[in-house]
Design a protein. Structure first.
Ligand code: NAI
Length: 468
C-alpha cells in the first residue's frame, strides 16, 4: 500500500471535487474516488448541467417557434433535431467533466474510478469496473456520495417509459403526454423542458401547492405562469399507481384527502418525488458510522461523523440537496482540516428553479417569518414596470424583499422572473453582510437592467419605488 493520503474523498460530485481541490490548495495530499467512471457526480453528468443545457436549448426552440414573430423576426417554422440537441447536451457534459479531471491534475490530486468501501477507520478499498481491487490509506476520509432518486411504492422506474430525472434527460422523442409525479424542482424544470419542445405535460402534486418550502405567493404566481404556458398542474392529488396499457401508461390518481379515483393516459411518466442520501455498500455499518432515521450520515457542526477522522458533506447529510450547499461544505471541511475556521452560513443559501421565468429565493419566506413571530415589512416590484424587461418582452414576475420591521435588515428575497437565478445574488451578498433594505435601495444600479427591479423592491420597503 502506498503512503497514506492526508485526505480521501469518496464521491467526485460538486461536494467531493471542490473539497478535494480546496484541500490540495491548502497543501494536503489528496485522493478522490468515484464509481461512475466520470467525475462531477449527478450534477455534471445527469443533473444540473445537462438539464440546464436542455432548458436553454428548449427555450431557444420555443422562442423561435412562438416569440421571434413578436419581435419582427420572420422565420419558417423551426424543426426540432432532438438528436443534435442531445449532442449539444453531451458536449456540455464532456467539457465540464473534462474540466474536473484537468483541475485534479493541476492540483496533483490522485483520482480513482471504482466503488469505494471503507474497510477500516483509515482504509478504503476500491473495486473498479473490471473487479480489480486497490486499497489506499488516509488520515481523514470525507463521504460525499450524494443522493439517488426515489420512487413511489409499486412504481418501478425503467428509465424508458417511467423515468427519473436521469431518463428524462435521455428521451429519444418528444412525448405526446408526459405525466410528472411531484411538483418540486425536478418535476417543474424537466416538465417545462418537454413542454417547450411540444409535449403535453401534466404535473400531479400531492400538496395543495407546488414548490413546497418556497415563498407561497411566489409559488402561486409561478403556478399561474406555468398554466399560462400550457402546463396542466393538478395539486392536492396523489398518484396511486402506474400501469402499462398497450404501448402507453395509465396513471391512477386520487384526491389527496380521499375521494373518487381517476386515471390519466400518458406515454412517459417522470417520477420526481424526492431523493434519498446514497450510502449503499460504503461500509458504514462495519466501522460504525451513524445515520439518522432518514438514512443521512449524522455529523456535528464541523461535518465530523461519530468516527473522529471521517466527515460527510452534501446530499448525504442534513439540509437542502443543492450542489452549491455541498460545494461550500466541501470548502469548509478542507479548511477545518487545515486548521482554519471553515464554515457555511445556512441562512444564506440561494435556491433556484431554472425554468422560464426562473424562480429564486434566499433567506426566510413570509410563512417562516410569521411562524417565528418576527415582524417584517414587504417590498415588491413587478417586472411589468421595469424598462429592460419590457424591451425583452419578459415582464412575467416580480421581486419581493422581506426586511425586519425594526432594523430594516433584509431577511429574505424571492424573485420570479427572467434571470432571477442571477439577480438573487444581490440579496445574497447583501444578507451575508447583514445589510438593510436601505443599503440596497441606496446602491446605484445601472440602467436599464433587470436588477433595477431588485432595487425598486428595496425602495418599496422605505418611501416607495420610483417607477410605480
Ligand atoms: P422535491 O422534494 O423538490 O419535490 C418533490 C415533490 O413531490 C414535492 O412537492 C412533494 O410534495 C411531491 N410528492 C411526493 N410524493 C408525491 C405523490 N405520491 N404524488 C404526488 N406528489 C408527490 O424533490 P425533487 O423535485 O425530486 O428534487 C429532489 C432534490 O433535488 C430536491 O432537494 C431539489 O432541491 C434538488 N434539485 C435541485 C435543483 C435546483 O436547485 N435547481 C434541480 C434539481 C433537483
Amino acid at each position: 500500500m502506498s503512503d497514506p493520503f492526508d485526505l480521501i474523498v469518496i464521491g467526485s460530485g460538486p461536494g467531493g471535487y471542490v473539497c478535494a481541490i480546496r484541500a490540495a490548495q491548502l497543501g494536503m495530499k489528496v485522493a478522490v474516488i468515484d464509481k461512475r467512471g466520470a467525475h462531477g457526480g449527478t450534477c455534471l453528468n445527469v443533473g444540473c448541467i445537462p438539464s440546464k443545457a436542455m432548458l436553454h436549448t428548449s427555450h431557444l426552440y420555443h422562442d423561435a417557434s412562438h416569440s421571434f414573430e413578436n419581435f419582427g423576426i420572420e422565420v419558417s417554422k423551426p424543426k426540432l433535431n432532438l438528436k443534435k440537441m442531445m449532442g449539444h447536451k453531451q458536449n456540455v457534459i464532456d467539457a465540464n467533466v473534462g474540466g474536473i479531471s484537468f483541475l485534479f491534475k493541476k492540483n496533483k490530486i490522485t483520482d480513482y474510478f471504482g466503488a469505494a468501501e471503507i474497510i477500516a477507520q483509515d482504509k478504503v478499498k476500491i473495486t473498479d469496473a473490471d473487479g480489480k481491487v486497490t486499497e489506499i490509506a488516509g488520515k481523514n476520509i470525507v463521504i460525499a456520495t450524494g443522493s439517488d432518486s426515489v420512487s413511489l411504492p409499486g412504481i418501478e422506474i425503467d428509465e424508458k417509459q417511467i423515468v427519473s430525472s436521469t431518463g428524462a434527460l435521455e428521451l429519444e422523442k418528444v412525448p405526446e403526454h408526459m405525466v410528472v409525479i411531484g411538483g418540486g424542482v425536478i418535476g417543474l424544470e424537466l416538465g417545462s423542458v418537454w413542454s417547450r419542445l411540444g409535449a403535453k405535460v401534466t404535473v400531479v402534486e400531492y400538496l395543495d401547492r407546488i414548490l413546497p418550502g418556497m415563498d407561497l405567493e411566489v409559488a402561486k404566481t409561478f403556478a399561474r405562469t406555468l398554466k399560462k404556458q400550457g402546463m396542466d398542474i393538478k395539486t392536492g392529488k396523489k398518484v396511486t399507481g402506474v400501469e402499462k396499457a398497450g404501448n402507453g401508461l395509465k396513471v391512477g390518481l386520487e384526491p389527496a384527502k380521499g375521494g373518487d379515483a381517476s386515471t390519466i393516459d400518458a406515454d412517459i411518466v417522470l417520477v420526481a418525488v424526492g431523493r434519498r442520501p446514497y450510502t449503499d455498500n460504503l461500509g458504514l455499518e462495519t466501522i460504525g458510522v451513524k445515520r439518522d432515521d432518514r438514512g443521512r450520515v449524522e455529523i456535528d457542526a464541523q461535518y465530523r461523523t461519530n468516527v473522529s477522522n471521517i466527515f460527510a458533506i452534501g446530499d448525504v447529510t442534513v439540509g437542502p440537496m443543492l450542489a452549491h450547499k455541498a460545494e461550500d461544505e466541501g470548502i469548509a471541511v478542507a479548511e477545518i482540516l487545515a486548521g482554519q475556521a471553515g464554515h457555511v452560513n445556512y441562512d444564506v443559501i440561494p435556491g433556484v428553479v431554472y425554468t422560464m421565468p426562473e424562480v429564486a429565493s434566499v433567506g426566510k419566506t413570509e410563512e417562516e417569518l410569521k411562524e417565528a413571530g418576527i415582524e417584517y415589512t414587504v417590498g415588491k416590484f413587478p417586472f411589468t414596470a421595469n424598462g429592460r424587461a419590457k424591451a425583452m418582452d419578459m415582464t412575467d414576475g416580480m421581486v419581493k424583499i422581506l426586511a425586519d420591521k425594526k432594523t430594516d435588515r433584509v431577511l429574505g428575497c424571492h424573485i420570479i422572473g427572467a434571470t432571477a437565478g442571477d439577480l438573487i445574488h444581490e440579496a445574497a451578498v447583501l444578507m451575508e453582510f447583514s445589510g438593510s433594505a436601505e443599503d440596497l435601495a441606496r446602491t446605484c444600479h445601472a440602467h436599464p437592467t433587470l436588477a433595477e427591479a431588485v432595487r425598486e423592491a428595496a425602495l418599496a420597503i422605505g418611501d416607495g419605488p420610483i417607477h410605480m
